[in-house]
Design a protein around this ligand. Structure first.
Ligand code: FA5
Length: 349
């Protein structure tokens, strides 16, 4: 085929190839094929050496013209492809800002925490301060300061999780009593405090016992505090939490750090006091221990027990929650089934 024919054919084929390149990559391949160093136009230029000078000029003009033409078409095609790509991306990534947002599901407070917050407000309203104590406690505060010397048999009831010989996960919130008594300055007024928090025991877990649970300690020390003050306080707490109708009773008990000591029971929510498996067929569920602060506890903290006296109580927040909400098993508080926990959303305050 003579060179004129090749140019003519290349003009046709080149235009078609440029037109049908659907992507920028394909278009670039076409460019290289037509105009690259080893491309078809270059080949024609090389072949021009072999023809006579008169035709060479003519062909040269045609080839130049064709190169200009290809350059322009490639340019136009590239612009069109880029525009198409941008439009397509804009379309794909279109954001409808008018769509309603996805709802964020909010967690709820844990039911024991809800009760704790409620009781804190109740006691703050009666002039109590809220005090925190450590969960890893020394034997000194967990036992000794509370009138439980080493080898005292009552320690066995609370044999618990030891960290080392002198430290344990506190078995009760009562050590906060001792810590606060040591620091309190009675010249500034009486001591009225509560201390909520987690405690740990080697208890056999059942419907009303867990190896970890929450207590709220209470302590009032001043001159002339009587058992009547204790009884009135406990009854008003019980009425506040359980309403006027649920029955309560105080029963004599023993704690080394109070004398006399009592325990308060609330009538069983499950059987209304008739007796069932939840209350171990007694009709009552124990919710707190309490009593008049033992003189030794005051003296251990450097307070003259001839002048000052007081009452203390330690209530089980989980037990309160069980009774208030009719929960069949304390373990439901700790297995973290959100369906269980969400039921108390409306109690949140
Ligand atoms: C005490 O822990 C004393 N520190 C309470 C106290 C404080 C008495 C101040 C006097 C003065 P007790 O071991 O009875 O006492 O526990 C108190 C309350 O914690 C119980 O009434 C009960 O409501 C709760 N409780 C006890 N053991 C468990 C358990 N294993 N699981 C859940 N709640 C418990």
């Amino acid at each position: 085929m003579d060179l004129f024919e090749r140019v003519k054919q290349l003009r046709k084929e080149g235009a078609k190839a440029i037109e049908s390149a659907a992507t920028e990559k394909k278009l670039d391949e076409v460019r290289v094929k037509l105009m690259g160093r080893k491309g078809e136009l270059t080949e024609i230029l090389h072949a021009m050496k072999e023809i006579d000078p008169q035709h060479r000029r003519e062909i040269g003009q045609e080839v130049n013209q064709l190169r200009d033409q290809f350059t322009e078409r490639l340019d136009v095609s590239k612009k069109a492809l880029v525009k198409k790509m941008v439009e397509q991306r804009l379309e794909n990534e279109r954001l409808d800002v008018t769509l309603p947002g996805r709802p964020v599901s909010l967690g709820t407070k844990h039911v024991v925490r809800i009760l704790q917050d409620d009781l804190e407000r109740f006691f703050i309203g009666m002039g109590y301060q809220v005090v925190q104590g450590p969960e890893i406690e020394s034997e000194h505060y967990n036992f000794e300061m509370l009138n439980l010397p080493k080898d005292h048999p009552a320690r066995d009831m609370q044999a618990t999780f030891y960290i080392d010989d002198d430290h344990l996960l506190r078995s009760q919130t009562s050590p906060v009593q001792a810590r606060t008594l040591e620091k309190h300055d009675f010249k500034k007024g009486p001591l009225k405090m509560i201390s909520p928090g987690k405690v740990y025991r080697r208890d056999d877990d059942d419907a009303t016992h867990s190896h970890q649970f929450a207590q709220m300690e209470g302590l009032v020390v001043d001159r002339h505090i009587t058992m009547g003050d204790l009884k009135g306080t406990l009854e008003s707490v019980a009425k506040h939490v359980f309403g006027q109708d649920r029955e309560t009773r105080l029963r004599p008990s023993y704690f080394p750090f109070t004398e006399p000591s009592v325990e308060m029971d609330v009538s069983c929510f499950n059987c209304d006091g008739k007796g069932c498996a939840v209350c171990k067929y007694t009709g009552w569920i124990e919710v707190l221990g309490a009593g008049m602060v033992h003189p030794n506890v005051l003296e251990n903290a450097g307070i003259d027990s001839n002048i000052y006296g007081g009452f203390a109580f330690g209530l089980g927040l989980d037990r309160f929650a069980i009774l208030k909400y009719g929960v069949g098993d304390i373990r439901d508080f700790y297995t973290n089934d959100v369906r269980f926990l969400e039921q108390f959303r409306q109690e949140e305050n």
